[in-house]
Design a protein around this ligand. Structure first.
Ligand SMILES: Nc1ncnc2c1ncn2[C@@H]1O[C@H](COP(=O)(O)OP(=O)(O)OP(=O)(O)O)[C@@H](O)[C@H]1O
Ligand SMILES: [Mg+2]
Length: 253
C-alpha cells in the first residue's frame, strides 16, 4: 500500500478530565477527499487543531509525508504544506476579492520597506505572478466576475469559496476544511464540493469535517466517523451509510 500523506497515530487530547480525542488513528491518502464526521462535540475540530499545531497532543503522533509533525507550531505545519482554510485570518470585507487573495499569498516579497524600495523590480515581477495566480484561482472558483468587488458584498457561499481560494494561494499539499458547506443553501454547498473535487483532480488532497452528509457522501473517497473522541467506524461512504453503528453514533445510546 502506498504510504499515506497524513497519518494520525493514537492521538489523545484532554481538557481537564475530558478526553476530547481519545486514541484516534486515521490516514489521509494522497490525492483523496477524506472525511471526518460525527455528532456535535465528538472531537473533530480538536483533532484538526492537533494536526495543524494549535494543540499539542497529550498522546500519540502525527506524520505528514512520513515525517513527525506533532511537535511543530502552526506556522511550521503550514510551511510543510498543510493549510487549514478557515484558520487563516478572516476576510477583509472592505478590500476587493483580488486583494484578499493577494494578502493570503505565502512568502510575499513585497513585505517590508527594504524589499519594496530596493528590490522594486523583483517585487513587481512577483506581484504580477501572484496576481495571475489569483485570477486563475478566482476563475476556477467561479468568482472571477467579482474580482474587484469588496469581499463584504459576497454571499455566504461565495465567502466560503473565497476562503478556500485564499488557502489555495499558499500552494498547499493538504487542505483541512472544517465545515465548508455549513450555513449555505444546498445548491451552493454542492457547488463548493464540486470546486473541491476539481482541485483534487489537479493533485491536491483534502481532509474535510462536514455535517452536510447528503452532499459530503457524494464526494468523499473515505469516511471516518468519530464518536466521543474515538474513530467508531470507517469506510467508503456507501458502506458507512449502510452500517448500523453509524446510526447508533448519531442517535446516541
Ligand atoms: N479549548 C477547549 N477547552 C475545553 N474543552 C474543549 C475545548 N475545545 C473543545 N473542548 C471540548 O472537547 C469536546 C470536543 O469538541 P470539538 O469542538 O472537538 O467537537 P466537534 O466534533 O468539532 O463538534 P462540532 O461538530 O459541534 O463542531 C467537546 O466536549 C468540547 O466541549
Ligand atoms: Mg467542530
Amino acid at each position: 500500500m502506498e504510504e499515506s500523506l497524513l497519518r494520525v497515530k493514537e492521538i489523545g487530547k484532554h481538557f481537564g478530565g475530558l478526553w476530547a480525542v481519545n486514541r484516534a488513528s486515521l490516514d489521509v491518502a494522497r490525492g483523496s477527499i477524506t472525511a471526518l464526521v460525527g455528532p456535535n462535540g465528538s472531537g473533530k475540530t480538536t483533532l484538526f487543531n492537533v494536526i495543524f499545531g494549535l494543540h499539542k497532543p497529550d498522546e500519540g503522533r502525527v506524520y505528514f509525508n512520513g515525517e513527525r509533525i506533532d511537535h511543530l507550531a502552526p506556522h511550521q505545519v503550514y510551511a510543510k504544506g498543510i493549510v487549514h482554510a478557515f484558520q487563516i485570518p478572516r476576510l477583509f470585507y472592505r478590500l476587493t476579492v483580488l486583494d484578499n487573495m493577494l494578502l493570503a499569498a505565502r512568502g510575499h516579497k513585497g513585505d517590508g520597506l527594504l524589499n519594496s524600495v530596493v528590490f522594486r523590480q523583483g517585487w513587481q515581477a512577483q506581484e504580477r505572478e501572484l496576481a495571475d495566480k489569483a485570477l486563475e484561482l478566482l476563475n476556477l472558483l467561479e468568482l472571477d466576475h467579482l474580482t474587484l468587488s469588496p469581499a463584504g458584498e459576497l454571499s455566504g457561499g461565495q465567502r466560503k469559496l473565497l476562503e478556500i481560494g485564499r488557502a489555495l494561494m499558499a500552494a498547499p499539499v493538504l487542505l483541512l476544511l472544517d465545515e465548508p458547506a455549513a450555513g449555505v443553501n444546498p445548491n451552493l454547498g454542492r457547488k463548493i464540493f464540486e470546486r473541491i473535487e476539481l482541485f483534487r483532480q489537479r493533485g491536491l488532497s483534502f481532509f474535510i469535517i462536514e455535517h452536510r452528509l447528503e452532499i459530503l457522501f457524494d464526494f468523499a473517497d473515505w469516511v471516518y466517523v468519530m464518536d466521543r473522541g474515538k474513530i467508531a467506524i470507517e469506510g467508503k461512504p456507501e458502506e458507512v451509510a449502510k452500517d448500523s453503528t453509524f446510526y447508533k453514533v448519531y442517535l446516541g445510546d
